[in-house]
Ligand binder design. Structure first.
Ligand SMILES: Cc1cc2nc3c(=O)[nH]c(=O)nc-3n(C[C@H](O)[C@H](O)[C@H](O)COP(=O)(O)OP(=O)(O)OC[C@H]3O[C@@H](n4cnc5c(N)ncnc54)[C@H](O)[C@@H]3O)c2cc1C
Length: 403
């Protein structure tokens, strides 16, 4: 075990099978997780598509790419607790983010609501990590208020003709397909005129333009659709029912948002930085702050484990999912802020070129400095994506307080 890997103290909610499963995941990561990818993750460097694919392709023979899918669709039928343990333990060990767009978002929508043809066409490549998906929900005028979306799909014979713009589309530059919310009607409630389409990114009329985020990296894009012709068989479920599928998908999005494994890794990192400089005058203050962050992490992990154990995989998640999203993203940011303060002046110089290398390097200060700054900068988005935290608080107020 290297210095940046957290100790194997992680629990499984008192569940002996969960403990065994956690040990199995850890063992797998130690032997099979590609070393180059793991080193990049631990140094917080920018990951290229090939890095994510190397991790996913290593998972394929084990059947763990979509372990939480039902067995009849090629998954392992994991319980919510197993899914949580896998995602936490692999992230803590230095695995990349398990890109969710195919595996956790559109895959479950297709196997729950899709046609037979859609299941046969789209699920096997997701399981094999052979196709990359993007999520086309947000638009310039429709983020939190998603029902305001205006990208229009007009039915012409056996096709829909789609025109409009999506924004903040993560990794659309690498995508083969995009699942997209489109407006098929202006009648009645805004939600009732929305449909769910699967769009081949090679179709003429699609333009992807990069947006550079403040870490200087290319994670997100604008996607312009200009009279894009989409076969009608790519409509999921019923026309006008897309809002229901979108909500089903968003509830899956929030369940995986606590990212405790990532926080375990980042906290271990901060701990090792503080331990490496015993002479620093403000070290006691940082030790106290580290202890506070650790307590927050323990509390969040206990909540996630308890929630995962009690969760009915068939039922829509309750307010707990929003609580996990809020607490998880706030904790990530608190760890990154404390790390930046520890770095002090070394954190004020940042060259994005250094996080695009294959190994950590710094022109000034600690070798891992650029990656830590990148993590801090990109981490500002964690309280926005996946449904902004203010919106999550509204969800909790509605569900729990009936406001
Ligand atoms: C890094 C990143 C990656 C993303 N990836 C994707 C992706 O792949 N696909 C995709 O479709 N989208 C993606 N998004 C978009 C994301 O879902 C939206 O940014 C988010 O839903 C917020 O919408 P908005 O940006 O339009 O902000 P707005 O909705 O305009 O919100 C602005 C601010 O006002 C607050 N606010 C808005 N309404 C309310 C309210 N009713 N009550 C209280 N406060 C409110 C918000 O919380 C926020 O603080 C991504 C965003 C980021 C930053």
């Amino acid at each position: 075990m290297d210095a940046l890997t957290p100790p194997a103290n992680a629990g499984a909610g008192g569940d002996p099978e969960g403990m065994l499963f956690r040990a199995e995941v850890r063992h797998w990561c130690e032997r099979e997780l590609p070393a180059r990818v793991r080193a990049k993750v631990q140094a917080n460097l920018f990951l290229e598509k090939e890095d994510y694919l190397a991790f996913l392709h290593a998972l394929v023979p084990k059947g763990w790419v979509a372990g939480h899918w039902p067995r009849e669709h090629g998954g392992r039928g994991w319980t919510p607790l197993q899914r949580f343990i896998f995602e936490e333990e692999s992230a803590a060990c230095g695995a990349p983010w398990l890109i969710p767009f195919g595996i956790s978002y559109v895959g479950p929508v297709i196997h729950t609501f899709g046609s037979r043809w859609q299941k046969e066409r789209f699920l096997p490549p997701i399981l094999a990590s052979a196709e990359w998906w993007a999520q086309g929900y947000s638009e310039p005028g429709a983020g939190s208020d998603l029902a305001a979306l205006t990208t229009r799909a007009v039915r012409e014979g056996d096709e829909y003709v789609v025109t409009g713009q999506k924004i903040w589309t993560s990794y659309a530059q690498w995508a083969d397909w995009m699942f997209c919310l489109v407006r098929t009607s202006d009648e009645g409630r805004r939600q009732a005129g929305i449909s769910f389409l699967l769009i081949d990114m090679k179709t003429p009329g699609i333009t992807v333009r990069p947006i550079r985020t403040m870490d200087g990296c290319h994670h997100v894009n604008e996607v312009f659709l200009d009279e894009v012709r989409v076969p009608a068989c790519n409509l999921v479920g019923e026309e006008g029912s897309g809002w229901g599928y979108a909500k089903f998908l968003l509830s899956n999005e929030r369940v995986i948002a606590a990212e405790t494994g990532r926080s375990m890794r980042q906290l271990a990192h901060l701990r090792s930085l503080v331990a490496a400089d015993p002479q620093r005058a403000d070290r006691d203050d940082f030790q106290r702050r580290l202890a506070e962050l650790e307590l927050r992490l323990h509390a969040l992990r206990a909540f996630c484990l308890q929630t995962a154990q009690a969760m009915d995989p068939q039922a829509a998640p309750g307010a707990e999912a929003s609580i996990m999203k809020i607490r998880g993203s706030e904790l990530q940011q608190a760890i990154a802020e404390t790390t930046m303060e520890w770095l002090g002046a070394h954190g004020t110089v940042y060259d994005p070129a250094l996080v695009h290398l294959d190994r950590p390097a710094s022109a000034t200060g600690p070798e891992l400095g650029p990656g830590l700054v990148r993590d801090y900068l990109h981490g500002r988005a964690a309280t926005i994506y996946g449904g902004a935290n203010e919106i999550q608080r509204n969800v909790i107020a509605k569900m729990e307080l009936g406001l």
